[in-house]
Design a protein around this ligand. Sequence first.
Ligand code: SAH
Length: 248
Amino acid sequence: MDIPRIFNITENAHRIHNPFTSEKLATLGAALRLESGTRVLDLGSGSGEMLCTWAHDYGIFGIGIDMSRLFSEQAKLRAEELGVADRVEFIHGDAAGYVADKKVGVAACLGATWIGGGVAGTIELLAKSLRSGGIILIGEPYWLRLPPTEDAVRGCGADSISDFLILPELLASFGDLGYDVVEMVLADQEGWDRYEAAKWLTMRRWLEANPDDDFAKDVRAKLTSEPKRYAAYTREYLGWGVFALMAR
Ligand code: SAH
């Protein structure tokens, strides 16, 4: 079981697989006023940066599930590097339907809400693991400005303009699901650049190391087209943020 190979190639050097910088991740941890000993569940935990740094900085216990074998391995190495391997557990697997054995104080899904079939379904899934009074974290894109053309919609990686909302509507949608938005930390363009532009050097290095790989043609095409696509579309039209929710 694994995710499509292209992601394991383009993001193999990323610690954070979304437009958050390590500063934003720390800001989010501080904003949540995490108490030492809080259990945090992370569906689609990637390379484990959130759980590992929060275990290190705030004394949380973490459990992360991710379908990428590579990212899950990297998460375990990161836990050892930060000296928190006894506080965090990383499971390689499909997080769809995953419910924690023991309820958690924070249940998160950052940049992977397809795991629950969309934002509403993911909130419903996370809620099954949450103790009463706990916090749900959703990391999700939103439209900074509505893309004016179909090309712009697709250039942002969306199939349709209805895939995302503008920020006020996204915030209101959480209310419609019965949740208060109690905090939010938003990515900025610098964070998007770190996430997207870091893939370019990774792709270039991968191509140099794997010139005869079957996949080299695809990676070459992507490296050629990505900088322009990113600057024209994602960078202009797409925002991203993490929203902290508590049931009303
Ligand atoms: N939350 C992490 C990773 C976001 S990228 C971070 O912010 O760094 C999306 C992640 O979802 C990837 O790590 C990918 O491997 C994982 N993923 C995709 N489908 C999944 C599934 N069905 N179950 C678990 N993880 C999944």
